[in-house]
Design a protein around this ligand. Structure first.
Ligand SMILES: Nc1nc2c(ncn2[C@@H]2O[C@H](COP(=O)(O)OP(=O)(O)OP(=O)(O)O)[C@@H](O)[C@H]2O)c(=O)[nH]1
Length: 387
């Protein structure tokens, strides 16, 4: 046996992958909510609590948070012509950073990270008048974004803070401002992955229940946590991976069917009336899907989201108001694979769930659409996809 024969074959096969480990992306949570509902109160609490995380909070203005004991610094540099003189930062004793920048877009956040290093989490507070949908779509699946900052940030979820005292009235008044505000509060609720129903200390149990019911009609897929002064377990609002993990969507699967799932109920009872006010939701159960079903479902969603019409309608059909703001779904194929659908605005993704995560996903799937014009015609059209 010569020397070469002594080298075990196995050695030649062992190769070590020295490539960089995948960089951990910083989760970003969008916080929206009605004016005065308690967004700043929630953020102030997060900024001052000892949670051990380095969190950057990006606000439109410091407001009440300015009285937090902190070192105020302005890191604008005269060498950097893009630096806004109006930027302000507060570095807090617990390692968090509170930042007020005019532009809360991708470039501003990228700049923040370049200057202040990585964070464990970024919270982006939007104004009470902001529609979170377009903001969420900037941070999710945007091709331009994915090429750059997408490597550093991932959209974790959208939190909507609703005022338990005025929330119900504010939502009902939405119909009055439609056209101007265009159902703004409904849009905020519609887009949320989690709802915080805040100021529960100020309302009766009945009032709380009716507000909760109203929110559930608009967005049956988001869990509602009742809070006082924004006191909520942070693990319920941060690190939820609403755009990646099917677990965040389980509630929609288990939601009581009386809410919207029964076509009869939706057509003959209050839901139809409610839909006329603006934004509403539509839930449809789906059977185990064949490859043909999956293809048709993809086409149906694409047509509805991108062209605001049903596939059977001619493009440019007049008098149709169909606009999906948010969609979610979980379903199983005949091959036994589980899929999750996520969509915000006109962006959507149907992705296969890893085996580990698929445990417990029921065979009967469900789709939830939230938006405008989701009437019985849309329901039947979607159900036809599965025939
Ligand atoms: N009683 C009670 N008051 C609360 C609660 N949460 C917030 N508040 C008060 O409600 C007021 C508005 O709260 P903010 O946190 O400023 O609300 P916001 O959503 O940031 O307000 P805008 O930024 O103006 O839209 C403040 O006076 C808070 O102290 C609560 O759970 N109970």
């Amino acid at each position: 046996m010569d020397a070469e024969d002594d080298v075990p074959d196995l050695l030649e096969q062992i190769t070590t992958d020295y490539s960089e480990p995948p960089k951990k992306r910083v989760p970003l949570t969008i916080i929206c909510g009605f004016l005065g509902a308690g967004k700043s109160t929630l953020l102030k609490r997060i900024l001052t609590e000892r949670h051990g995380y380095r969190i950057a909070v990006i606000m439109n203005e410091f407001g009440d948070t300015a009285d937090i004991e902190a070192k105020a610094i302005n890191i604008s540099s005269p060498d950097d012509p893009t630096a806004e003189g109006s930027e302000e930062f507060l570095e807090l004793p617990n390692g968090c950073l509170c930042c007020s920048i005019k532009d809360t877009g991708v470039a501003a956040i990228e700049k923040l990270m370049q200057r202040k290093g990585a964070f464990d989490h970024i919270l982006l507070e939007t104004t009470g008048l902001a529609d979170p949908g377009p903001i969420a779509s900037i941070f999710w699946k945007n091709e331009e974004y994915t090429a750059g900052l997408g490597n550093d940030i991932s959209l974790d979820g959208v939190i909507c803070v609703v005022d338990a005292v005025f929330g119900q009235k504010q939502m009902q008044d939405d119909s009055a401002i439609e056209g101007e505000g265009e159902s703004l509060r409904h849009r905020q609720v519609a887009c949320a992955d989690v709802i915080l129903l805040n100021k529960v200390d100020l309302v009766t149990a009945d009032k709380l229940a009716s507000t909760e019911e109203l929110i559930g009609k608009v967005n049956p897929a988001a869990p509602i946590y009742k809070t006082t002064q924004g006191q909520v377990d942070l693990s319920l609002i941060m690190g939820i991976e609403a755009f990646a993990s099917p677990s965040s969507f389980r509630r929609a699967i288990t939601v009581p069917s009386h809410v919207h799932d029964d076509a009869e109920d939706a057509e003959h009872h209050h839901d139809t009336h409610y839909e006329a006010r603006g934004i509403s939701s539509l839930q449809v159960t789906c059977p185990v899907l064949s490859p043909g079903h999956l293809e048709r479902l993809d086409e149906w969603i694409r047509t509805v989201l991108w062209e605001n019409r049903l596939p059977e309608m001619a493009s440019g059909a007049e008098g149709i108001v169909l606009k999906v703001l948010r969609c979610k779904g979980l379903f199983t194929t005949v091959a036994g694979d589980k899929y999750v659908l996520q969509g915000v605005q006109d962006l959507y993704e149907i992705s296969k769930i890893d085996e580990g995560e698929a445990v417990g996903v029921p065979a009967v799937g469900k789709l939830v659409l939230i938006g405008k014009g989701l009437n019985s015609v849309v329901r039947h059209s979607l159900q036809d996809v599965f025939n």
